[in-house]
Design a protein around this ligand. Sequence first.
Ligand SMILES: CC(C)(COP(=O)(O)OP(=O)(O)OC[C@H]1O[C@@H](n2cnc3c(N)ncnc32)[C@H](O)[C@@H]1OP(=O)(O)O)[C@@H](O)C(=O)NCCC(=O)NCCS
Length: 169
Amino acid sequence: MPPPLDDVDRIMDVMECAFSPEYGEAWNRRQVSDSLLLGTVHYALIGPDGTIAPQHPETSDACPSAGGLGDTTAGFYLSRSVLDEEELLLFAIAPEFRRRGLGRTLLIHFIINATERGKKRLFLEMRHNNPAGVLYAAHGFRPIGLRPRYYRTLNGDRLDAITQELVIE
Ligand SMILES: CC(C)(COP(=O)(O)OP(=O)(O)OC[C@H]1O[C@@H](n2cnc3c(N)ncnc32)[C@H](O)[C@@H]1OP(=O)(O)O)[C@@H](O)C(=O)NCCC(=O)NCCS
C-alpha cells in the first residue's frame, strides 16, 4: 500500500531544510515515496511536542498516517530491515527544533520499535565528525567500520563514513 501523500510531504518538508546541501545526503521525493512502497522500509514522524506518529506497519494492512501530529512536523527517520537487522537510512530534525531532545526521542523510538520487531543488530552510517555521533554513542552505538573518502562535498573534499552498530542483547 502506498504511504499517505501527507506523510511524504511531511518527510520532504524536513528533508529540504535539515540536510546541508554540502554533503548531498538528502533524498528527493521520488526516492522517498518509492522506498516507502517497500514492505521492508519503516518510518516515523515527530511533532514539535514530541508526539510520534504511527509508522509503516509491517504486519498490519492498516493505512499508516500522521494523525495526531498537528500541522508541523519537526523530524523523521526512515529505516530498512533485512532479516534480523535494521539500518537507519535517514534521521533528521528540522533546524528550528534542534537541541530540545526531539532527536533523542526519535532515536529511542527507532531502537525500541526495531527491537520489538525482533531486530538484533541496528546499523547506521554517518559522516566523520557529524555531531549526531554524540547522540548515537549515548544510546549504545559503536563504530565498527570506516569507508575512507566515502562522501564527496560540494567543493570536492572527501569525508570518511563511519559505520555504527548497536547490538540488541
Ligand atoms: C542529529 C540531529 C537529528 C539531532 O537532533 P536534535 O533534536 O538536535 O538532538 P537532541 O536535542 O535530542 O540532542 C540530544 C543530544 O545529542 C547531542 N547533540 C545533538 N546535536 C548536537 C550537536 N550539534 N553538537 C553536539 N552534540 C549534539 C547532545 O549530547 C544532545 O544533548 P544536549 O542537548 O542535552 O547536549 C540533528 O542535528 C539533525 O537533524 N542533523 C542534520 C541531519 C543529520 O546529520 N542526521 C544524522 C545523519 S547520520
